[in-house]
Design a protein. Structure first.
Ligand SMILES: C[S@@+](CC[C@H](N)C(=O)[O-])C[C@H]1O[C@@H](n2cnc3c(N)ncnc32)[C@H](O)[C@@H]1O
Length: 271
């Protein structure tokens, strides 16, 4: 359930739904990540787990033709959406199908950035430490992750709906443990320090979506929850969609809390 190949399958299947929610979720938060990492003209950026380009696209606009953005993801379906959005305007932005745990690319980079990506890596600490080693001394590592409590009420309704339809309690994902270690300003600050970055700055971002029926289901079919439902039949998917809407209504949940944490650490050393 938790290997890069599993994530490729999940996010390939999720890519259409992921793209539908991008304008209200991934893109505005990706813009915040880029603002914090602050790439400038001519810089070289590695976007780790780039998805459909929520942060790679704005970074590419900022670095311009003298710079470069390597946007790396295992899911071809996600990369195809990103390439279509870039069109022919940003030839210095490459959407690359690869596993970031072995990517070296054209290091050194000035900025390594990742939106909602590092907690998917098989060993978040070792893999991120290696990615940070691709930075030049003085380069920045910018990471965006879910805040504690974000998604929680919605997730409870999703997991209950799955159980109601399948009769099975979902397996907890190892990625959740990794995500919990960087779900606060203190957590992300300590983690960036532990992978060798200093100084570190961190902030909390409030972001809330008003739920309707279509968005509620896209938040299942277009995100990591897609892995949960991958074995359900078409009929069971429809039953789960109805159960989710019932659960949300019964719990009075009409908003999706996408609160996030943003951290930026610097690779020590003189350029
Ligand atoms: C939640 S999405 C985030 C996408 C994008 N950064 C954004 O904020 O919209 C996580 C992405 O991580 C990718 N991913 C997971 N493990 C990966 C790995 N080992 N190498 C490359 N991409 C990976 C998935 O395919 C998926 O597109």
């Amino acid at each position: 359930m938790d290997t890069p190949a599993d994530h490729a399958a999940t996010f390939d299947a999720a890519s259409a739904g992921f793209a539908r929610i991008a304008p209200v979720l991934w893109n505005p938060l990706g813009e915040r990540l880029v603002r914090a990492g602050a790439p400038v003209a001519g810089e070289r950026v590695l976007d780790v787990c780039c998805g459909t380009g929520a942060s790679a696209l704005p970074a590419a606009r900022l670095v311009g033709p003298a710079g470069a953005v390597d946007a790396v993801d295992v899911a071809d379906g996600m990369l195809a959406v990103g390439r279509a959005a870039a069109g022919s305007d940003l030839p210095w932005l490459r959407f690359i199908p690869a596993d970031v745990t072995t990517w070296t690319g054209d290091a050194p980079y000035d900025l390594v950035q990742s939106g909602y990506g590092v907690f998917f890596l098989p060993d978040m600490d070792a893999d991120s430490r290696r990615l940070a080693s691709l930075l030049r001394p003085g380069g920045r590592f910018a990471v965006l992750a879910w805040s504690s409590g974000a998604l929680r009420t919605f997730a409870t309704c999703v997991l209950r709906a799955y159980e109601q339809v399948s009769g099975e309690r979902p397996e907890p994902s190892r990625n959740l443990d990794a995500a919990a270690r960087i779900d606060s300003r203190d957590g992300v600050t300590a983690w960036l320090g532990a992978i060798g970055l200093t100084p570190v700055a961190a902030e909390h971002i409030d972001h809330t979506l008003e739920l309707d029926e279509a968005l509620s289901w896209d938040l299942v079919m277009g995100t990591g929850y897609r892995a949960l439902v991958s074995d359900l039949s078409v009929d069971d998917l429809e039953r789960m969609r109805c159960a989710l809407l019932d659960n949300l209504a019964a719990a009075g949940v009409d908003h999706f809390d996408a609160g996030s944490v943003l951290g930026v650490g610097v690779r020590p050393g003189v350029r």
